[in-house]
Design a protein around this ligand. Structure first.
Ligand SMILES: Cc1cc2nc3c(=O)[nH]c(=O)nc-3n(C[C@H](O)[C@H](O)[C@H](O)COP(=O)(O)OP(=O)(O)OC[C@H]3O[C@@H](n4cnc5c(N)ncnc54)[C@H](O)[C@@H]3O)c2cc1C
Length: 687
């Protein structure tokens, strides 16, 4: 399935945006008497004044007008501690310029600010889930880019309200098929409301058979027909409520050893979740991003670190945000790519330092990994990822790339960026619901009747409903201070690796004669150079498994200067007026994906799934036994500045029952029990 979604075939009729394929208008709500998009069909069906958590889902994002309208209502009427989730499935996303043209002329001032925010945050046309957040994170937009029947079965959420406001059923029958409506019901609970602009008899019949009590509302409330189409004009709008427990079989099931409880599914009621308290152990990028995601969902978070915040791997002076440019697409590369797209959006929102410089990966015909095919497989829009010739690469880099490494040109990743991880950690922790305790190594973690009890070595104790472990890994020689109880009880099967790495900085003064040798972009191929920030350029990084010390060495500096010589020969001849170096330890696992999610009860899991080698049909499997309220975000390896944000959202989604930001097919690539599942299958443990 290509990653790149198709561009819709559009037509403008009397200033209104139409789909040629569906011969229908995108913005019939703008034809309401108020003409401001606010008096939409759905405004009457929601009341944000009384609910603390509200999740609306819709089929077809279109111009985003329904979301904008609900967001405006929410901003104006919801209590300060309320949360809004909006899920929308869209198979042919409009670009920002088209949405602006369609909405801006007739959009009321109330919506125009929100429209600008939405357009700035709009994700690229890449298949999969894109999460964006607004208003300090309390308004979350989860865009499912792809087909309804492809994405809804693998995305976990339970809506309080469904809006069916796509094109008219006779113009877009797939969207209104019995299968699509079954997916609507599968993502609902008793009491979920449904509203739509159309209620033709076959749709009413399908909804009734799924357990919705539906009414075609008074015809006087019917929307005005679109300016050049009579789509839907014959039908009054639809209103209804789900009255019986929906059929969940429409969900594509994860194997039971990866089964995840969904708080909202489990409760299956209108009751809001009790807002829990949380402790995050570890104040690096992983801990800070998890704390932020929980805090933005209204949870009071205590962050505890053995040293100071961003004192370990996240103390790296600079880091690159980029996807893996691997030769084939795997769940791992897809996770990192999705994480990369999310990372930039979160960092921009929280005010983390970001240098949006792009990245060039020089290639030559000796490269064995078939980069041309790889780029085609990625299928990203060419403005984001493409192969460029040597001359263009030199222009983009602002300096000649080495002839030996760049005879064929380079892969250009437009949205790659650099950041300063420690400042990012500080930006993430700067939230009123987060309290930081430094120099408090956690010594013991104990489950109690009401949650978790944490003992710090200092004698201080902490209690919370939820604990998130973000300590990079578990004890190896390099990480001696992980709570022993946790290491032995819960995570023994995870084969963490530690790799030492050194970064070298070269500072040049303003009058630096070789300024033209300095790159504008990251240049990366088995080593990288980052463009200067505040006069200092950063090169790296070394990889070493044997020696796990963190003091920088001249040998590793020489290795990094070797990268500069190989990639940017002109720069290698320039003499910096100051040099610096930093070394740290990366923690990873062999499959290069982070370890994220709830922690299993190891012994019970081994017992429950002992018959796994005999295949999936060997037993009536139970659900995976989990330690209640205990989560990890670990092993972010060399891509932590990207992956921690997706991990944080995933944990927060699991804690709060907000729509899950990863499709089910990608979950097994990140869940902690994947190693134990492999071990049980093949009978040996990975090292
Ligand atoms: C040389 C080098 C270059 C890198 N370059 C890049 C790059 O270009 N791009 C990129 O994306 N990533 C890069 N990385 C990786 C990135 O830095 C990491 O993935 C990221 O910082 C990991 O964050 P973390 O929070 O998981 O771990 P850490 O930052 O190590 O944080 C773990 C925290 O847990 C605390 N802790 C441990 N045990 C306890 C305990 N018992 N009680 C309380 N607290 C505890 C520690 O004190 C620490 O603060 C690089 C790493 C290195 C070493």
């Amino acid at each position: 399935m290509p990653a790149l979604l198709s561009i819709p075939d559009l037509d403008w009729r009397n200033g209104a945006l139409f789909s040629r394929a569906h011969d229908d208008c995108y913005t019939p709500a703008l034809a309401t008497p108020a003409g401001d998009g606010h008096a939409d069909t759905f405004a009457a069906t929601r009341d944000f004044r009384t609910t603390r958590r509200h999740l609306t889902a819709e089929l077809g994002f279109g111009t985003g007008l329904a979301f904008l309208s609900a967001w405006a209502d929410f901003r104006a009427t919801a209590p300060a501690d309320a949360q809004l989730d909006w899920v929308s499935v869209e198979s042919a996303p409009l670009d920002a310029a088209t949405i602006e043209r369609a909405l801006a002329p007739s959009t009321a001032p109330l919506l125009s600010d929100l429209l600008s925010e939405l357009l700035r945050a709009l994700p690229p046309r890449i298949r999969g889930i894109h999460r964006r957040a607004f208003d300090g994170g309390r308004v979350r937009l989860t865009l499912l880019y792809g087909d309804v029947l492809e994405l809804l079965p693998v995305t976990d959420f339970i809506a309080d309200a469904w809006q069916l406001d796509g094109f008219a059923p006779d113009r877009n029958p797939e969207m209104w098929s019995a299968e699509a409506l079954a997916q609507v019901a599968a993502h609902a609970r008793v009491g979920t409301t449904i509203a739509g602009r159309f209620a033709p008899p076959p749709v009413l019949e399908s909804l009734k058979s799924l357990g919705f009590q539906v009414t075609a509302a008074n015809a006087s409330r019917a929307p005005a027909s679109s300016p050049a189409s009579n789509a839907g004009a014959a039908h009054p709008p639809l209103h209804g409520t789900l009255t019986r427990t929906p059929e969940k079989r429409a969900f594509r099931q994860l194997p039971r050893w990866f089964s995840m409880p969904h708080p909202a599914t489990a409760a299956d009621t209108l009751q809001p979740l009790a807002i829990p308290t949380a402790i995050v152990v570890g104040a690096g990028l992983a801990g800070a991003s998890a704390a932020r995601a929980l805090a933005e969902r209204g949870i009071a978070v205590t962050v505890i670190d053995a040293g100071c915040a961003a004192g370990r791997a996240s103390a790296a002076p600079r880091a690159v945000l980029a996807p893996y440019l691997a030769s084939w697409q795997s769940p791992q590369t897809r996770v990192v790519a999705q994480a990369f797209m999310l990372a930039r959006a979160v960092m921009e929102r929280v005010g983390a330092p970001l240098n949006p410089c792009g990245l060039l990966h020089p290639v030559n015909s000796d490269d064995e990994w078939g980069y041309e095919q790889s780029i085609a497989e990625w299928g990203w829009p060419t403005e984001l990822l493409r192969l460029i010739g040597a001359d263009e690469a030199t222009r983009v880099a602002g300096t000649p790339l080495s002839n030996s490494t760049n005879p064929e040109g380079a892969i250009f990743v437009r949205d790659a960026a650099t950041t300063r991880p420690a400042e990012t950690v500080r930006a993430l922790l700067a939230h009123p619901a987060i309290t930081l305790h430094e120099h408090a190594p956690v010594a013991r973690l104990r489950h109690t009747d009401v949650g978790w009890h944490v003992d710090a070595e200092s004698g201080r104790t902490f209690d919370a409903n939820i604990v998130v472990i973000a300590t990079a890994g578990i004890p190896a020689a390099a990480l001696p201070d992980m709570p022993e109880a946790l290491a032995s009880d819960a995570l023994p099967s995870i084969p963490f690796n530690a790799t030492r790495g050194q970064l070298s900085t070269l500072a040049f003064d303003d009058a630096f004669a070789g300024a033209s040798a300095v790159p504008f972009t990251v240049v990366s191929a088995n080593g990288f150079a980052m463009p200067p920030v505040d006069g200092a350029l950063c090169a790296g990084a070394t990889y070493e498994r044997e020696r796990l010390t963190t003091g920088p060495t001249p040998h590793d500096d020489a290795v990094n200067l070797g990268h500069i010589e190989r990639l940017l020969p002109a720069l290698a001849t320039c003499t910096p007026n100051r040099r610096g170096a930093w070394a740290g330890i990366r923690t990873s696992v062999n499959d290069h994906c982070p370890v994220v999610g709830p922690v299993i009860a190891d012994a019970q899991f081994r017992e429950s799934f002992a018959r796994l080698p005999h295949g999936p049909f060997a037993a009536a499997w139970p659900d995976a036994p989990l330690l209640p309220g205990l989560f990890v975000t670990l092993a972010h390896g060399s891509r932590g500045t990207s992956t921690v944000f997706l991990a944080a959202e995933l944990i927060a989604d699991m804690v709060c029952g907000t729509p899950r930001c990863i499709t089910d097919d990608l979950l097994p690539a990140v869940l902690p029990q994947r190693f134990l599942v492999r071990e049980l299958r093949v009978g040996t443990r990975e090292t």
